[in-house]
Write a protein that binds this ligand. Sequence first.
Ligand SMILES: [Fe+2]
Length: 136
Amino acid sequence: MALIEWNPTLELGVEQMDRQHRQLVKILNELHQAMRAGSQPRELMRVMEELILYTKYHFATEERLMAEASYPALPSHKQKHLALTAKVEEYAAEVLKGRATVSLTILQFLKDWLNRHILGTDREFAEFVKARSRAA
Ligand SMILES: [Fe+2]
């Protein structure tokens, strides 16, 4: 079973964000799958690396969309992005050194974080964008 099932509540109605969120869910599920299959550390790191790269790309996209929309909450959103990126990179470094493994605990953390990210901060931004385009 997948770690996260994509569901309509995760659709925010901003095409670019929705597409990237679907991709993040997909990579997270891949990592879960690789862990369950007992994949070699090297394979786990490959997927983890992919997750980190895509997450950074996604955050950069969001920050650009927010800057373009003069979104007032951009600084706090950026702070959250930085904190998560740092945490995941730190964790990946521990895995690389053999001091941590890709566990259900970390996957659960990432899943919860992603859900909160999409349904909380990102949804607020999506509402802001949609309200603006209605007003225009
Ligand atoms: Fe997002």
